[in-house]
Design a protein around this ligand. Structure first.
Ligand code: ADP
Ligand code: MG
Length: 616
């Protein structure tokens, strides 16, 4: 078989943007994975130890190399992928500099085992610091395995620059995700420190996103699709209510190559305008396909930046495509995340004093001439104060009053809509006797009979609304701890905590990952007593994992629910008179005092007639 690798002519080599290929373990991962893809692999395994600092290994079932190619592969500017300068502008493969393996071999211990389909035996090379130490024949399956050990072992300065294994691992993981997303048709495995992190079969993009980021992603994705002469756009975008604070799941791929582009990101953000809560960024997995000669991917040595010939058109088309998907799938503005609750008023409005909107009316208007239609429908009654109330026009009903030339519309107040208690009873409630039944229910008297309240559900409702209120405030009410708490968690839990971190922050938590898998908590929502934090977090994690009864809600909402469950008083807890009254008061000050956040009935009344019947 003819040698496939040739040295690039010097001038071509010089045309290639200079730059270090290897900055950290993740850069090695990227190069090795891309080589495996270029070799036509359909199954790729990535094995790393200590975030890649001690070991990075990629095993593929691709074409493999013969002995000569294998030896050449570690020579700078040896590549089988381009031959002449013009080829630089027609790049379809991932690697094209022919310098990755050479660079890696120069700064680590590298072992390469490979066999191509034509040969019975494979080749095993050992290289350290750029020096070929041994070449052996070996029995291996077709494909290539490259092991990179002790990165920067011969450059202590660079080695010391590496971050903790945890941080390096995060970068490795990101690289893995990018490659796996771009190639859903290929199966991947990832092992870290001997534990299997991912084992993902070949699938369609949607499922691949689920494999990588959790199956709940499925409900959050909206497909995006647009094809024009300039660019073809496809992939998925996330519904706006799942947008998160800070960057997270934002992926652009151009011709299947992951790229960073603040310009394209801007186009997407622009399309979401008006749909996002402040400071949140939606996730997206967007694939752009353009003719290979209309882009220049060679402007940055790590190849994550790109220049389009038709930049402005790409921007406009991308924005239109995102807008179209958001519109087509009927994604309405969700500035308010509690949208599907019967909680229509944003909580922070509750802290503002009510102002009556002023409406100018045509005083010559005579409603008796035409059909008069009352424009405000109100369900409960209210008392209009004093003299200003003049119902001038029957047809306009009681929703407004006249003052000078102006008609004031009276807007429904925040008063509890239940007419459960006697007039004025809300204030006087403290005087009404209440009893605890079975340490589970509170029984009290109301105007029409007896009211039975489930104490835990009531408390859940109260806490839930308080948490929501806290979230909707710009600055969540939180207490900074004098002595930050250190709580140990295992790796899996840590990942979930990281996932929850944004919503936790919104609630008033301040936590960060400590050195050894500890979580350091420096501030808490005021609603959570210090002593309860550990237990609350444990319970939160368990419920979060099980997605208990919270499907389809925003993350913040879900968090508020779970916290309300975790903190609520349990059956069996004795409540003194004051606590019972406070709970009843708080419950009926809630927007929805009837149902718990988990949609369970909170209270019921036994009418006097019902009681009478029972005694017949
Ligand atoms: P580039 O990918 O830019 O060509 P590299 O230094 O990454 O440069 O690789 C050099 C050459 O080694 C590649 O062109 C390819 O021919 C060969 N090679 C590297 N990795 C593999 C692999 N996993 N399978 C088959 N061939 C490989
Ligand atoms: Mg390469």
């Amino acid at each position: 078989m003819a040698q496939r690798i040739e040295l690039l002519p010097e001038h071509v080599a010089n045309q290639i943007a200079a730059g270090e290929v290897v900055q950290r373990p993740a850069s090695v991962v990227k190069e090795l994975l891309e080589n495996a893809l270029d070799a036509g692999a359909t199954d790729i395994q990535l094995i790393v130890r200590e975030g890649g600092k001690t070991l990075i290994q990629v095993v593929d079932n691709g074409a493999g190399m013969d002995r000569t190619d294998a030896e050449l592969s570690i020579v700078r500017h040896a590549t089988s992928k381009i031959r002449k300068a013009e080829d630089l502008f027609q790049i379809h493969t991932m690697g094209f500099r022919g310098e990755a393996l050479a660079s890696i071999a120069a700064i680590a211990r590298l072992e390469l085992q490979t066999r191509n389909g034509d040969e019975a035996l494979g080749t095993h090379l050992k290289i350290a610091g750029g020096t070929l130490e041994s070449v052996q024949e070996t029995v291996v399956p077709q494909g290539t395995s490259i092991q990179v050990k002790n990165l920067f072992f011969n450059i202590p300065a660079r080695r010391n620059f590496l971050k903790s294994s945890k941080i390096e691992y995060r970068h490795v993981l990101e690289e893995f995700q990018r490659v796996a997303l771009a190639h859903p048709g290929i199966s991947f495995k990832l092992f870290h420190n001997d534990s299997e992190i991912f084992n993902i079969p070949e699938s369609k993009l949607r499922r691949r996103i689920g494999h990588l980021f959790g199956s709940r992603m499925n409900d959050r994705l909206v497909p995006i699709e647009e094809e024009t002469q300039v660019v073809k756009v496809e992939g998925f975008i996330c519904k706006p209510e799942f947008a998160k604070k800070g960057r997270g799941m934002q992926f652009f791929f151009v011709n299947n190559r992951y790229i960073k582009s603040s310009y394209l990101h801007h186009a997407v953000m622009n399309a979401y305008e008006g749909l996002l809560r402040p400071d949140t960024v939606p996730g997206y997995f967007i694939f752009l396909h353009v003719p290979a000669d209309s882009i220049d991917i060679n402007i940055h040595p790590t190849k994550t930046e790109i220049k389009f010939e038709n930049e402005q058109s790409v921007y406009a088309i991308l924005r239109a495509a995102v807008k179209h998907s958001l519109g087509q799938f009927n994604i309405r503005p969700v500035l308010d995340f509690e949208a599907n609750q019967n909680l229509e008023t944003p909580y922070n409005l509750r802290h503002m004093s009510a102002q009556l909107p002023q409406v100018e009316v045509d005083r010559n208007f005579n409603p008796f001439r035409e059909e008069a239609t009352p424009s405000i429908q109100r369900k409960d009654s209210y008392k209009a104060s004093g003299d200003s109330w003049t119902a001038l026009y029957e047809g306009l009903g009681e929703g407004q009053y006249q003052e000078g030339a102006k008609t004031h519309w009276i807007v429904e107040s925040d008063a509890p809509s239940e007419g459960l208690f006697d007039e004025g009873a809300m204030d006087a409630l403290a005087d009404v006797a209440s009893f605890q039944v079975d340490r589970k229910f509170i029984l009290t008297r109301v105007k029409s009979g007896l009211l039975l309240i489930d104490q835990q559900r009531a408390h859940q409702r109260v806490l839930y609304e308080q948490f929501l209120e806290n979230i909707s405030l710009k600055e969540p009410v939180s207490q900074t701890l004098l002595f930050p708490m250190k709580l140990p968690f295992d790796r899996g839990d840590l990942e979930i905590l990281t996932e929850m971190n944004e919503s936790m922050k919104a609630l008033g938590f301040a936590m960060e990952e400590g050195s050894d898998g500890d979580v350091i908590i420096s501030a808490l929502p005021v609603l959570i007593p210090d002593a309860e934090v550990g237990g609350v977090l444990e319970e939160l994690l368990t419920n979060w994992k099980q997605q208990l009864g919270t499907e389809g809600f925003s993350e913040a909402d879900r968090m508020a629910r779970l916290l309300s469950r975790a903190l609520s008083i349990r059956p069996g807890r004795v409540l003194d008179t004051a606590s019972r009254q406070a709970l009843i008061n708080d419950l009926f000050a809630c927007k929805d005092p009837d149902r718990s956040p988990f949609n369970k009935k909170i209270h019921t009344t036994f009418g006097v007639d019902e009681l009478e019947k029972k005694l017949q």
